[in-house]
Ligand binder design. Structure first.
Ligand code: HEC
Ligand code: HEC
Length: 282
């Protein structure tokens, strides 16, 4: 009898948990749900797993490394392959936000477009063809991370609900009067152990923050407000507690260093390599 009652209350708690999760999804500061527990079966599951591998090892995997121009991987900024429930970096809920209007592209983007454009900016490389295996695999993986979540279909927001506020307007006044010297001092105190005194990283787990091996000037993080917002959610790794002022000062310092410029025409593949039909032709 007693065991049955416990079982009933567990079922009740479970239903409540699922229910409340759906309710908060509509809000700006919605709680981020966990990633799905199981991979899909069969060929789809294999594609999702391949996509995850490419997100984790973008600059070394044979299918993607030719399209990457620096030492970053998607997971360098989308922590734990986007599975970590950190704002500004999670991929949970991202697929539910597409299609969406891209402010840079001034057109409607699919999730695949959004992913491929990251290669030209954050990854400092060139755009893989639409419909290519890496494009399909990464899109399948990121879509899987939104399994069960309702589609947003919002007309104006290119960033998913779980990544907002992004950029965070509350940091804006601090970005305007950010202090380079204070940023340098804070960098020494909070970042240098992992990212090095020249922002070079350690050639292993800790990625470079500036110079030719980091994100270029076309990347989201090259914008001080976006970097400050991202830092507040995600760094220092394991100790994410920067104030608005600290995040703004450090962002100014990090982005005051040299990085590679961005020219869209040079990053796009030639027209004949822009896309492929990825189905079988009988
Ligand atoms: C240098 C950091 C960085 C790297 C590396 C990076 N991204 Fe991003 N990405 C961002 C930031 C910051 C945003 C937030 C949007 C913006 O830029 O305004 C973002 C946004 C996105 C979005 C939209 C997210 C949403 O919630 O709607 C997708 C999809 C995405 N990135 C995919 C990728 C993929 C796939 C890779 C690897 C090929 C990658 N990114 C590499 C920093 C990065
Ligand atoms: C404990 C080590 C550690 C500390 C401290 C730390 N980071 Fe990071 N940081 C990382 C790691 C590791 C990654 C890549 C994430 C991954 O691969 O899981 C990263 C990624 C980044 C990225 C995105 C990728 C890139 O290279 O551009 C930026 C920007 C960044 N950190 C800035 C900072 C700043 C600024 C501070 C100080 C406020 C800081 N980090 C503190 C370990 C650290």
């Amino acid at each position: 009898m007693k065991r049955q009652r416990i079982a009933y209350s567990l079922v009740f708690l479970f239903i409540m948990a699922v229910f409340s999760q759906n309710l908060v999804f509509a809000g700006e500061s919605a709680k981020i749900p966990p990633p799905p527990l199981k991979y899909p079966q069969g060929e789809l599951g294999n594609m999702v797993k391949l996509g995850e591998k490419l997100v984790m090892e973008t600059n070394t995997q044979p299918l993607t490394k030719a399209y990457v121009g620096n030492d970053l991987k998607c997971t360098s900024c989308h922590l734990e392959g986007g599975k970590k429930p950190n704002r500004g970096s999670t991929f949970i809920g991202t697929a539910a936000n597409f299609p969406a209007k891209g402010p840079r592209e001034k057109t409607i983007l699919t999730l695949q477009d959004r992913i491929l454009n990251c290669f030209m900016r954050s990854m400092g490389g060139t755009r893989p063809p639409v419909g290519s295996k890496p494009a399909i695999a990464m899109t399948a993986y990121i879509t899987w991370l939104s399994k069960g979540l309702p589609l947003s279909m919002l007309p104006d927001k290119p960033v998913s609900l779980f990544n907002r506020p992004f950029p965070n307007k509350a940091i804006k006044p601090f970005v305007k009067k950010a202090d380079l010297k204070k940023g340098a001092a804070l960098y020494k105190k909070r970042c240098v152990v992992c990212h090095g005194s020249n922002g070079q990283g350690d050639g292993d787990e800790n990625p470079p923050l500036w110079g030719s091996r980091s994100y270029n000037k076309g990347a989201g993080l090259a914008n001080n407000l976006k970097l400050a917002t991202w830092l507040q959610y995600n760094m220092p790794l394991g100790d994410e507690n920067l104030t608005n002022r600290e995040a703004a000062d450090i962002a100014r310092f990090v982005n005051s260093h040299k990085r590679i410029g961005f020219n869209l025409r040079k990053r796009l593949p030639e027209a004949s390599k822009m896309g492929v039909y990825n189905g079988q032709v009988k």
